[in-house]
Design a protein around this ligand. Structure first.
Ligand code: PMV
Length: 271
């Protein structure tokens, strides 16, 4: 059995697509995949939650890509997939599935690869789900922990104090691809304005890394609030996500923001 955790983004989503840094962390929700010998002619996927299986043709592409990555032997396998990472919510469900599928093949054939090699393969699968991802999701998920990510490179972030987040679920989003495209359209229409929003996000991401390193949780929370406001000005928040952030702050959270692509999905609150 192979597993991969979901993830949250603490700072820098969307800007990360344009080469700015992001901070992300794995969470205790996971996708589990068991690969076993398939007795049919072709590899099969069995989804223990029907919601996961939506988009059957996508899985034909995933299988074809897995075969390119790991060889024809993939076609001899059957995959049982189970997940408690909610889909379409910015928690990295597709990246976790990508990493868990790769790990399940390696596990079945008793092979090992470095986290970097797994992440590189997962990038190929993530492209099927998300077009042209920055790589922050599957890199964080393949390496695990609290990660600083920029332009394909990662660095673990050491935290002086434990960071505890609550995840508040909103309605599912309309897809990472759509949210990324809406930011792209905004960037093309108003490059100066969007670049200055990205630069503010970049500055707060650096400040957040520093605050995490020295254990200044109050500052981390304030920077999360700022990041949410900037994501709102990029047009990727929704009234529901704004209300969830406000609710969390009123209940005493140190800070709250949407996480991931936005346009729906969920909010993380530092508690
Ligand atoms: O797929 P999500 O909702 O976890 O969002 C990923 C983060 C983005 O910055 C919006 C996209 C990317 O490729 O980095």
């Amino acid at each position: 059995m192979a597993n991969a955790f979901g993830k949250i983004i603490l700072a820098g989503e969307h800007a990360v697509v344009y080469g700015y840094p992001a901070i992300a962390q794995t969470i205790n929700k996971e996708v589990s995949v068991r690969a076993s010998q398939s007795f049919g002619k072709k590899a099969t996927f069995h989804f223990l939650q029907p919601a996961l299986s939506s988009g059957g043709e996508i899985f034909d592409q995933v299988l074809a890509r897995l075969t390119v990555l790991l060889g024809d032997r993939v076609q001899k396998l059957s995959f049982d997939i189970e997940s408690n990472v909610p889909g379409g919510c910015g928690l990295g469900s597709s990246a976790a599935l990508s990493v868990a599928l790769i790990r399940s093949v390696l596990d079945f054939y008793e092979e090992t690869r470095t986290s970097g090699e797994v992440a590189a393969m997962a990038m190929d699968l993530e492209k099927i789900f998300h077009g042209n991802p920055s790589g922050v999701d599957h890199t964080t998920i393949a390496h695990e922990g609290l990660i600083w990510f920029q332009k394909g490179k990662l660095e673990p972030v050491l935290s002086a104090k434990p960071l505890k987040f609550e995840i508040l679920m909103g309605s599912p989003h309309r897809g990472t691809l759509k949210a990324v495209q809406s930011v792209r359209d905004f960037y093309e229409a108003e490059p100066m304005r969007v670049r200055s929003i990205f630069e503010e996000i970049e500055a707060l991401t650096y400040a957040m890394r520093k605050a995490i390193k020295i254990g200044d949780l109050k500052q981390v929370g304030l920077l999360m609030n700022q990041n949410h406001a900037l994501l709102k000005s990029l047009g990727v928040s929704t009234p529901e996500l704004d209300a969830l952030c406000e609710q969390a702050r009123q209940k005493g959270a140190l800070g709250a923001k949407l996480t991931g692509a936005g346009g729906g999905g969920c909010v993380i609150a530092l508690v």
